[in-house]
Design a protein around this ligand. Structure first.
Ligand code: DUC
Ligand code: ZN
Ligand code: ZN
Length: 484
């Protein structure tokens, strides 16, 4: 066969094994994988390099207005470029429904925004207004065009659906083969803490972490899982930040729940001490759930290594350290009025490789699983996340020995800071391809605006997850069938 590109002599890494060999690419797909392949209009020498599926960033806020109306600093052009520099061949940002909007209107808006992307993209739909029309007509239309996951919130007054609303969404999702993602923090616990802190005038950035207790996450994770079990619906817990939360996830997974979860580099690398930086600098480290402590970092690393999490995602939520972002409500705004989130789409994989693989906490195969393969399975990216004939040629070639110091300028995003500034990392992506086209090569951008394509997704792969049948809804017990 005549190949467009042959990547030869690399160490090919997948989620299950690693071998030395060649990959042949034809018409944007992997056409052959073998010990040796000759030919190729272009031959890429990958000697001494790791060749793996390009990352799938499954949690990023791109060209998205927060519920309080702050637009993220990155649009689909800058966000996708930054993602590619960080080793990603595709991403799945959120398309956010705010109250009063129809899902069709939301998708049309994000279709226009997504058209600038340089890498392939899809969306998770954030649902904040599950009206009858949304549940019965609009969500089925979204599923039909391949948007098979969405996120709901258990916190924030403008987003929180309440337990009944969540059950409605979980039920519709299950009927259509979609997966529900959840931001799990107990809204009333957070509001109660906010009130007490405000009464005492404690509004500096450091109090953000105090205001969102670990127990608020643990309670909400447990509740979300029980709600999903009641209707036997798949559930994905985003940005787990606590040991207690991770323990609950592990236990419920072991018991067979249709349950998935992620954590993020910020919870592994940073602590709430970062919120104590001088002046208002702590604002750079405000994200929700908040940063925790060193003991939590160790515990979360243990859970990453033991398989509690399907992915480590960036939760890239970029708000600049100025009055367009963090300080839209003033330079001395109290912590509840400071934009909530931090950037990290370009650092996610280099950080995970360096601190995970190089430091011996996880294997190379786990790194591949956590960066792309698992996300492809859970979010139904049928042609992505694997190195195998017929798959999209979404490939990242890594130099495992290159040493870098993280700087804001090297993130290639629209931000004016990185929370990982100064961190020393070993191992960086050198060549990133999406469907066989080179996006980034040795630090140079090779892609054109709009080169990325929207990809329709399939239902989650739930094999190996028996699920849970509530006795009261068990048709085998002669009742409940009509309620399921
Ligand atoms: N949740 C996120 O997933 N990202 C930013 C802020 C938030 O609440
Ligand atoms: Zn969230
Ligand atoms: Zn997020």
């Amino acid at each position: 066969m005549q190949f467009d590109t042959v990547i030869h002599d690399g160490l090919v890494a997948t989620a299950s094994e690693t071998w030395k060999g060649d990959i042949g690419i034809k018409d944007g797909r992997i056409a052959a994988v073998a010990e040796h392949l000759s030919g190729g209009d272009r031959r890429i020498d990958a000697g001494g390099r790791i060749v793996m599926p390009g990352g799938i960033e499954a949690h990023a806020h791109i060209a998205q207005e927060s519920s309080s109306g702050v637009m993220s600093a990155d649009d689909y052009l800058s966000g996708s470029i930054s993602a590619a520099y960080g080793g990603n061949s595709s991403f799945i940002p959120f398309a956010a429904q705010h109250r009063g909007q129809s899902v069709d209107e939301v998708i049309a808006t994000y279709d226009a925004r997504g058209a600038r992307s340089v890498i392939d993209y899809s969306y998770h739909l954030i649902i904040s207004d599950p009206t009858q029309e949304v549940l019965e007509d609009q969500l089925p239309r979204a599923f039909a065009r391949g948007i098979t996951s969405f996120k709901v919130f258990m916190t924030y007054d403008l987003m929180n659906l309440g337990d009944g609303g969540m059950l409605d969404i979980l039920t519709v999702a299950r009927q259509h083969g979609a997966i529900t993602m959840v931001h799990a923090e107990n809204n009333d616990m957070v509001k109660w803490m906010n009130k007490r802190l405000a009464e005492k005038g404690l509004t500096a950035p450091r109090y953000h972490a105090i205001s969102r207790p670990e127990l608020a996450e643990q309670e909400a994770i447990n509740r979300a899982i029980q709600l999903a079990k009641l209707v036997d619906a798949p559930l994905f817990i985003v940005h787990v930040s606590t040991e207690g939360g991770a323990e609950i996830v592990r236990r419920e997974k072991f018991n067979g729940a249709k349950l998935y979860a992620e954590t993020c580099p910020q919870y592994l690398a940073l602590t709430r001490a970062d919120l104590d930086r001088p002046g208002m600098e702590g604002a750079k480290y405000i994200c929700s759930p908040p940063l925790r402590d060193g003991a939590t970092q160790n515990a979360l690393w243990h859970h990453v290594a033991q398989g509690t999490f399907e992915s480590v995602s960036s939760d890239h939520a970029p708000y600049r350290y100025d009055t367009t972002g963090k300080f839209l409500n003033g330079e001395n705004a109290p912590y509840p009025k400071i934009a909530n989130g931090m950037p990290g789409i370009a650092t996610r994989l280099p950080y995970l490789f360096s601190e995970g693989v190089v430091k011996g906490r996880i294997t190379l195969e786990q790194f591949v699983a956590l960066s792309s393969t698992n996300a492809a399975k859970v979010f139904g990216c049928a042609n992505k996340g694997r190195i195998a004939p017929g798959m999209d040629a979404d490939i990242a070639i890594w130099n495992p020995e290159n040493r870098v110091t993280v700087t804001a300028a090297d993130q290639h995003d629209n931000m004016d800071y990185t929370p990982f500034e100064g961190m020393e990392l070993t191992g960086t992506p050198e060549i990133i391809m999406t469907r066989g086209a080179t996006i980034v090569e040795h630090g140079a951008l090779k892609a054109k605006e709009g080169q990325g394509q929207f990809f329709a997704r399939q239902p989650a792969d739930l094999r190996g997850k028996p699920g849970y049948i509530a006795k009261e809804l068990d048709p085998a017990q002669n009742f409940g069938a009509e309620l399921r």
